[in-house]
Design a protein. Structure first.
Length: 272
């Protein structure tokens, strides 16, 4: 199966119209010390005013196997990736109240202050993150790289999902087509992965910084994707998609201007 654009299909047009999570499984003994799983994650809270805050989890350096031999062709070959720098990643997908606090408007189709923002293109997200960086000193806000995203989603695991391989357990961790009732849901209602990140599977697709391209299979350090391209990568699946699209290794893609009610983001922050 080729790479998938994360838009609704013709047959789906009619569809349109904080608690601590449990661990998603332990890394194997071989992974311990390699994936650098922290015992307790350091968190950062950013105050946007009016009672609106953004919470971030510190992601520590480590190595992991990126991709899946069981997945689509664009997920292969599985290859070793090393992340060398600390970075913060949003504990939750960017919420509508957070987007509105920075941008002054809410473009989402499924309104709800704690629901993830959607109907935002990659370029819209760049504007949001630039304004956020100007507003909050101490580091640059940006989309995560595709490698950072998968590393954080896996949280030390090598399975298809952060909790294991069984699709039957996905409903405990994600809003997807089997339980979403054709809408997004407030963030943080499902279980977190082992590193304290919520909704990495499902709810909305999350823009990454990379241009979409094929893996060359070579070991990589802090990869940033193709040098250029037509599409940007999206990760995580959404409320409209089945379990196979919500896997840790699954890759979606869209043009930078596409604004769709399945597309959102999770912010990363580079430390100064």
């Amino acid at each position: 199966m080729a790479a998938r654009r994360w838009t609704g299909t013709a047959g789906m047009v009619a569809v349109f119209l904080t608690v601590l999570g449990l661990s998603c499984g332990k890394p194997t003994a071989a992974q311990e010390g390699v994936a650098a799983v922290p015992e307790a994650n350091k968190e950062l809270s950013v105050d946007l005013g009016g009672g609106v805050k953004m919470e971030f989890v510190l992601i520590r350096p480590g190595s992991f196997m990126m991709g899946s031999e069981k997945g689509a062709d664009d997920e292969k070959p599985v290859h070793n990736v090393t992340i060398t720098k600390l970075f913060y990643l949003g504990k939750y997908e960017v919420m509508q109240e957070q987007w509105e606090a920075v941008m002054g408007a809410n473009p989402s189709s499924f309104k709800g202050p704690k629901n993830p923002v959607e109907n935002v293109g990659w370029e819209d997200c760049q504007t949001f993150l630039r304004k956020l960086s100007e507003r909050v000193p101490g580091g640059v806000f940006r989309p995560p790289t595709e490698a950072e995203w998968e590393y954080a989603c896996r949280a030390g695991t090598t399975t298809e999902f952060c909790y294991g391989d069984d699709q039957g357990g996905l409903g405990e961790y994600a809003w997807y087509d089997g339980n979403s009732e054709h809408t997004t849901h407030p963030v943080g209602q499902k279980k977190a992965n082992a590193w304290g990140l919520f909704d990495m599977h499902g709810n909305v697709w999350e823009w990454c910084s990379d241009w979409f391209g094929k893996y060359d299979g070579n070991p990589a350090t802090d990869p940033t994707g193709a040098a250029s391209g037509q599409y940007r990568v999206g990760r995580g699946g959404s409320w409209l998609y089945g379990p196979e699209y919500c896997r840790s290794a699954n890759r979606g893609y869209n043009t930078t201007k596409d604004r769709i009610y399945t597309n959102g983001l999770r912010a990363a922050r580079t430390l100064e």
